[in-house]
Design a protein around this ligand. Structure first.
Ligand code: PGA
Length: 310
């Protein structure tokens, strides 16, 4: 009988295995790959035989990777990344820019990242783009699992070996309902602002962190009325009269000039933050991601700077 050997594993088996690991389900993997469930099971049987150890274990209704499964997944993700880099390089040699571009953006960046994708996609119709939006915890997890090509964040993570490029200014402003008594005032003092109820983002939000830092540095305490984990819900709550809020100016890109929200003129505001685009330094950046990065730091940046804001 032949000894088990990883070398007997086929690329197709690894692709099926990756899909199962991602979905934690044989059925969903079969659906994604347009295969029947018996074919998926058969492929996994053969892969398990080649490895010589079980790759999954079922606890209750949930499917978990075994230690061997985790090790195989690592290698198989590596292999598929290298294949996709090869595909993009070969297309580039043929004078084509095509392949997959995987972007991840932190919650508030959703206001400008999708807007700059349109012109890029028109320029390079052969590039398929996927965009994941998540909170800072999810960004860090994606980054450490090397799931995407590029990441947009408001605060580059410390203690990680990453390459960071500043992309755009991110001013945080105080917003109020149009008929608020402070709406017509100029140069409102921080002392006055501190008397107003504030609606805050959830802990873990980059916006919240900067607002807290700003108040601490200026020796004022905030009067937090409520915590809401969505910029859109916060804007609605402000219009509804629950309080004022401090949000990225970019969250106002679809507000209109005579709409229900105004930006207050408060001393020390806007709080100046930045948006950054980053990737792990050890990552081999694909031709497609390099092309996007170049677009981003030239035309993309110009476009983002011109987005209308109230
Ligand atoms: P958010 O913004 O986490 O508050 O959505 C991103 C940031 O400013 O870091």
């Amino acid at each position: 009988m032949n000894k088990p050997s990883f070398k007997q594993a086929t690329l197709h088996q690894l692709q099926v295995f990756e899909a199962i690991a991602r979905h934690q389900s044989f059925t969903k993997a079969a659906e994604e790959l347009f295969l029947t469930q018996p074919t998926v099971s058969q492929q996994m049987k053969q892969l398990t035989k080649a490895i010589g150890m079980p790759l999954f274990e079922q606890i209750g209704k949930k499917l978990y990777l075994t230690e061997a499964g985790k090790a195989v997944l690592n290698v198989s993700q590596d292999i598929s990344e290298r294949f996709s880099l090869l595909e993009m390089t070969l297309a580039d040699l043929k004078g084509l820019k095509q392949g997959n571009l995987k972007i991840a953006a932190i919650t508030t960046a959703k206001y400008f990242v999708p807007r700059i994708l349109g012109p890029f996609r028109h320029q390079y119709p052969g590039i398929n783009i996927s965009l994941q939006i998540g909170n800072s915890q999810q960004m860090l997890e994606r980054l450490s699992n090397n799931l995407d090509d590029l990441y947009f964040m408001g605060q580059p993570p410390e203690h990680l070996d990453i390459t960071v490029r500043p992309f755009l200014e991110n001013p945080l402003v105080v917003i109020a309902p149009r008929h608020h008594p402070l709406a017509q005032e100029k140069n409102i003092s921080l002392e006055r602002l501190a008397q107003e109820p504030l609606i805050m983002r959830e802990s873990g939000s980059g916006t919240r962190k900067s607002v807290e830092k700003f108040f601490t540095e200026n020796h004022f305490k905030m009067k937090v009325e409520m915590e809401i984990s969505s910029n859109e819900a916060i804007k609605q709550a402000v219009v509804g009269g629950l309080g004022l809020a401090i949000l990225s100016n970019h969250s106002l890109t679809l507000e209109w000039e005579n709409g229900p929200l105004v930006v207050l003129d408060v001393e020390g505001f806007p709080i100046q933050k930045h948006w950054y685009v980053l990737y792990p330094s050890a990552k081999q950046v694909s031709i497609v991601a390099q092309t996007f990065l170049e677009y981003l730091l030239t035309e993309g940046r110009e476009l983002a700077q011109q987005l209308p804001i109230i």
